[in-house]
Design a protein around this ligand. Structure first.
Ligand code: PMP
Ligand code: GLU
Length: 396
């Protein structure tokens, strides 16, 4: 009954874990949830009010399939203001979430068998989307001891005539790692030399901590800009995960193809959400600063506490709201009769016996790690870390 593609596709593990968390909570179980990667703050009031006004003004019909001109202009202003990048309306598309921008993009650029280089650890949906679009994910290992920086020689060794694109995501999900300007320049150089596209997922640009100044790879030089498609959105910056507005900017032929795909599949992103996103991008940015200040407090606490657990190491994220601690010292131990032989079995013990929900590192391509989202209250973080410490000390 099912297509081969659908048969091999599993649901997003991050969304599956947050769903599991919700089910347990509905049963009255006090779960400390570190699963979902979504800000726990309400969407700022001025954004909600803009959406309510849009409904009352009957702005409830189809818009152009690729988004309204007003929102495209606001996105263009954002790129100019924040990244020094000039785009025309033809080079910008509004999508039904950042995920949808990426999906349209893979649909637009991949033929069967085309290879896409994805640095590991990666956000769960990149390989799945590449495969759904007929492409082949090719993994580029990066390591905690190098702060998950790309080794340019290793990158070069993966490029072959089938290589179509490389995916960059910084600040990254799951590690919160970023790339130095030197790395961005070198990756840009390789892309130009080898005729690769760069897919730069900069959705966590604004969730950045002290000292990190985000530079878009598209701003390296004009040649790099020509082959870079930036994927972005309002979900994380403005606590708007449910509104489903993303955007992308880059080469106008690719953007046009993404628009054709969108016009034949979803049509326009929700009209009301587009008005809300316009208010988000053009309105006061103070709520973003407040949210980031709160994330910073949580990051400092969670990194300190995780590093205080014997034999556990945690990289200090420069951005986003995840930590990706190394729990490999727990592998090979036992919890009661249960052997802990993978990040998945450790995750099961944490959920079943300690009611802590985390995502196994293997879902991001790295065994021995766990991902914890700290987009949750300090109370939950304190409670959850206490339970994790207890769990780790109980392993024999
Ligand atoms: N890219 C990354 C790296 C993400 O973590 C997410 C979170 N889901 C997205 C894209 C897409 O977010 P959304 O579809 O909510 O805009
Ligand atoms: N990006 C978020 C996460 O990684 C949301 C879940 C998803 O879209 O998969 O948790």
């Amino acid at each position: 009954m099912l297509s081969t593609r659908a048969k091999s596709l599993k649901p997003s593990p991050t969304l599956a874990i947050s769903a599991m968390e919700k089910t347990l909570k509905a049963k009255g179980i006090d779960v400390a949830g570190f699963g979902a990667g979504e800000p726990d703050f309400p969407t700022p009031d001025h954004i909600k009010e803009a959406a309510i006004k849009a409904i009352n003004d009957n702005f409830t019909r189809y818009t152009p399939a690729t988004g309204t001109d007003e929102l495209k202009d606001a996105v263009m202003d954002k790129f100019k203001r924040d990244n020094g990048l000039s785009y025309t309306r033809e080079e910008v598309i509004i999508t039904c979430g950042g995920k949808h921008a990426l999906f349209n993009l893979f649909q637009a650029i991949l033929d069967d068998g085309d290879e896409v280089i994805i640095p590991v650890p990666y956000w769960v949906s990149y390989p799945a989307m590449v495969e759904l679009c007929g492409g082949k994910p090719v993994f580029l290992e990066t390591y905690e001891e190098d702060e998950f920086e790309i080794d340019v020689k290793r990158l070069k060794s993966l490029v072959n005539p089938r290589t179509k694109a490389i995916v960059l995501n910084y600040p990254s999900n799951p590690a919160g790692s970023v790339y130095s300007t030197k790395t961005l320049e070198e990756v840009g150089k390789i892309a130009v030399e080898k005729n690769l596209l760069i897919i730069s997922d900069e959705i966590y640009e604004k969730i950045a901590y002290e000292g990190y100044n985000h530079i878009s790879i598209a701003s390296i030089d004009e040649k790099v800009k020509e082959r870079t498609i930036i994927c972005h959105g309002v979900s994380k910056t403005y606590s708007m995960t449910g509104w489903r507005i993303g955007f992308a900017a880059g080469n106008k032929d690719i953007i046009k193809a993404m628009g054709n795909i969108q016009s034949q599949s979803t049509s326009n992103p929700t009209s009301i959400s587009q008005v809300a996103a316009l208010a988000a991008l053009t309105g006061p940015q103070e709520p973003v600063k407040q949210m980031v200040a709160e994330f910073l407090k949580r990051r400092d606490y969670i990194v300190r506490e995780l590093n205080a657990i014997p034999d556990i190491k945690c990289f200090n994220p420069k951005g986003a709201f995840y930590v990706f601690p190394n729990f490999s010292s727990a592998l090979g131990k036992k919890h009661g009769d249960k052997m802990i032989n993978s990040s998945t079995s450790l995750t099961e013990v944490l959920l079943e016996s300690y009611h802590v929900a985390v995502v196994p590192g293997v879902e991001f391509g790295k065994e021995g790690y766990l991902r914890l989202s700290f987009a949750t209250s300090m109370d939950v973080i304190e409670k959850g870390l206490k339970r994790i410490k207890e769990a780790i000390s109980s392993l024999k």
